[in-house]
Design a protein around this ligand. Structure first.
Ligand code: BGC
Length: 713
């Protein structure tokens, strides 16, 4: 049987296998079931009868913040043995799990990862996650999440890469390469890699009011120019699966939209992988009231382009009849099965179906992963204010370490974490004591506010650790007020009243309102929910062992009244929009972040200044570290298409580089602005490159003022 021959190409093997399958066996490949680890019997019967496409290993939907343990490696291997040996065709099951920012070693939440502005670091992060998964028998992660989000009230802003399509696209490619690696000449992935899933396609982050699962109304122009680029980049990078979103977008649930899934994703963008629904989003077509029953839901979703159904059983119960009655064509079914089998072959599942128990033990020594995590985590933190009190001076003798985040563990990990890890991370207090054995660290033994204030009075410097719980982020966890939980602003104010230098750390999964805290703080470090090595990485920054260089991947509003607020807004017909009761400018702009040193960006040159269609320009600047210590700067290049047929943002990020410079060192940094950067989706959704003038700015956030221009003839 040719399909069992690993020396043939993936396509040859799929071509050989598909015609051998019965209708029921084909449909079985389009099903992903959820069976709790303690009920294995049901899966076994199904596999023996017709095989099984996939199993989701999560415990429950909304799994991000509840206890869950996944099946052990032996159980997974046992399922696979039945699929390979007792089902006559021997088609392996693909095991999927939400591994969103690490499995055993937790990296910062994805929003924090985006703040590194460092695709290489992201690739390495997801590569580590892939290696851990692969060795534990998990073949597929439902990540990266590529939803652009403009509303921090939405709990799932934590899982994405922020507000910007260009940054989102770069991070998408890095994450996918990290998970999937490269294909060899026969179309196979190398071992230690897994299948990625670009989600939630599409527009899920546009939920009205930031309320999860809510309706989104996004014009096709905005959908294509703002929400689509990360998915487009993911497809170009070869992502093997895409998840269809829950929400109703422009009058059609995304999981039932032929336009979105087939016309745009598969045909226009050329996506060759398979589409999986979100958890129950096929059956939820009934809740959206576009399907009257499960049979209609199956028909609409399958016809729209959802190849595999997650958890609900509309396909299992109705697809066979729909095909036999000619309502769903056999070509469409074959197309779905071909897509799924292709990924299984590509992953090497037919040839190496079992996790190697011996190799899985090797990842018990996590020290290399922890070291990598500590580095990436420090790269993700953003210094938002510093009057010079950080890094902590070498002669500091008494530090007051206070606030609700001094002794947190689980909350530092953020959402989407296996609960088994809850006790593992070091607390901030432990990390600080470990790094400063000679400094007296005063803490509030009972965690009482009055204790904290008294301690602050006795210290040379106060470190105040604030934040929100992981349980306030993630799926179905939207909030109406962006303020930190009750009492924290008051605490900051009271502590500041003691007149001691005050450095504030904020641990959060979204932008929170800092407007009333900032005036009291001498320094403020935004640490996100930083993961397993979060406390150690924060201490590295406080002590100046690492010079912070993270930048905001999302605009920080002054308060929720400014939402939605994002830097890449359009020009208006009249004066700049305003509020009468609040500045219209956000508290911190996109791309903002400070360093312990200073960088000057000068001498912008654009070459050539006139180009024909299809050519590129080179934009270069000199970046100089004018401060006293070495550091890194994220140099950012923004573009404006001065006159266009359809309205365009005032400026858009089109290049960034994170570079390291010694004190006094200068370097020329170059960006290439090519046809892709100059083009956009214009009338009728077509990708256009229009002649005319362009402006460029280079600087260290989206307010960059160093300006140049060129003309596209
Ligand atoms: C979430 C997805 C997740 C899936 C599987 C859904 O509720 O929206 O992001 O991948 O569950 O756990």
């Amino acid at each position: 049987m040719k399909y069992k021959n690993p020396s043939l190409s993936v396509q040859e093997r799929v071509n050989d296998l598909l015609p051998r399958m019965t209708l029921e066996e084909k449909i079985a490949q389009c099903i992903q079931i959820y069976i709790p680890p303690d009920h294995p019997g049901e899966i076994v019967d199904r596999i023996r009868a017709v095989g099984l496409g996939s199993r989701i290993l999560g415990a429950v939907s909304l799994a991000g913040n509840v206890s869950q343990r996944t099946a052990g490696i032996e159980d997974l291997n046992e399922i696979q043995r039945i699929a390979m040996n007792e089902f006559h065709l021997g088609i392996p099951v693909i095991h999927g799990l939400d591994v969103i920012h690490g499995l055993r070693v937790i990296f910062p939440i994805p929003l924090g990862l985006a703040a590194t502005f460092d695709p290489d670091a992201i690739q390495k992060t997801y590569n580590i996650a892939a290696e851990e998964c692969f060795r534990l028998g998990i073949h597929w992660s439902f990540a990266p999440m590529l939803d652009i989000a403009h509303d921090p009230r939405w709990g799932r802003i934590v899982e994405g890469f922020g507000e910007d399509p260009y940054l989102g696209a770069k991070m998408a490619v890095a994450a996918i390469k990290g998970f999937q690696g490269e294909l060899d000449e026969n179309g196979y992935q190398s071992q230690d890699h897994i299948l990625a899933c670009a989600k939630h396609y599409i527009g899920y982050g546009g939920a009205e009011g930031g309320r999860d699962y809510n309706t989104a109304e996004i014009t096709d122009h905005t959908l294509r120019n703002i929400y689509l680029p990360p998915f487009r980049a993911a497809v170009q990078a070869g992502v093997g699966s895409v998840m269809s979103a829950f929400e109703d977008l422009n009058g059609e649930p995304a999981s039932g939209s032929r336009y979105l899934l087939t016309d745009l994703l598969k045909e226009e963008l050329g996506f060759n992988g398979f589409v999986i629904s979100d958890w129950a989003s096929v059956a939820e077509l009934i809740h959206h009231r576009v399907a009257a029953n499960e049979r209609e839901a199956a028909q609409i979703a399958f016809d729209a382009g959802v190849d595999m159904e997650m958890v609900t059983e509309c396909y299992a119960h109705h697809l066979a009849d729909l095909v036999m009655e000619g309502i769903i064509s056999m070509e469409r079914l074959d197309d779905a099965v071909r897509r799924i089998l292709t990924q299984k072959f590509q992953l090497g599942l037919f040839d190496h179906p079992y996790a190697d128990v011996q190799k899985s033990l090797e990842i018990r020594d996590l020290s290399a992963y922890h070291a990598a995590a500590r580095e990436v985590t420090a790269r993700s933190m953003v210094l938002l204010k510093n009057n010079g009190i950080l890094p902590l001076p070498g002669d500091v003798r008494r530090i007051a370490l206070i606030g609700p985040f001094v002794n947190q563990r689980r909350a530092l990990l953020g959402t989407w974490v296996n609960d088994v890890l809850a006790d593992e991370p070091q607390t901030l207090e432990e990390a600080l004591r470990a790094s400063c054995p000679d400094v007296e660290i005063l803490t509030a033994p009972n965690g009482l506010m009055d204790e904290m204030i008294m301690i602050a009075a006795e210290a040379d410097i106060v470190l105040l650790a604030l934040g929100e719980s992981n349980a306030r982020n993630g799926e179905y966890n939207s909030i109406a007020s962006l303020n930190l939980p009750a009492g924290q602003e008051e605490l900051a104010q009271a502590v500041a009243g003691m007149g001691k230098p005050l450095a504030v750390l904020v641990f959060a999964g979204r932008p929170v309102t800092l407007t009333r805290i900032l005036p009291h703080a001498d320094a403020l470090l935004y640490a996100w929910h930083p993961g397993s090595m979060g406390a150690a990485a924060a201490v590295d920054i406080l002590l100046g062992k690492v010079n912070p260089a993270g930048k905001l991947p999302v605009t920080f509003p002054r308060g929720e009244g400014q939402i939605p607020v994002h830097y890449n807004h359009k020009s208006t017909g009249r004066d700049h929009p305003r509020y009468l009761d609040m500045p219209v400018e956000p508290l911190f702009p996109f791309g903002f972040g400070l360093s312990y040193t200073r960088f000057e960006i000068t001498d912008l040159v654009v070459e050539p200044v006139e180009i024909p269609a299809g050519a590129s320009v080179n934009v270069s600047v000199t970046v100089t570290n004018t401060g006293e210590c070495k550091g890194e700067e994220v140099v950012q290049c923004y573009l404006q298409d001065c006159v266009s047929r359809r309205t365009r943002p005032e400026r858009e990020l089109k290049g960034f580089q994170r570079i390291a410079l010694q004190p006094g060192e200068s370097r020329r940094v170059e960006f290439t602005i090519g046809p892709d950067e100059m083009s956009y989706y214009g009338a009728g959704g077509s990708w256009v490159l229009e002649p005319g003038a362009f402006k460029v700015w280079v600087g260290n956030d989206c307010k960059a003022s160093l300006e140049g221009s060129f003309l596209l003839k």
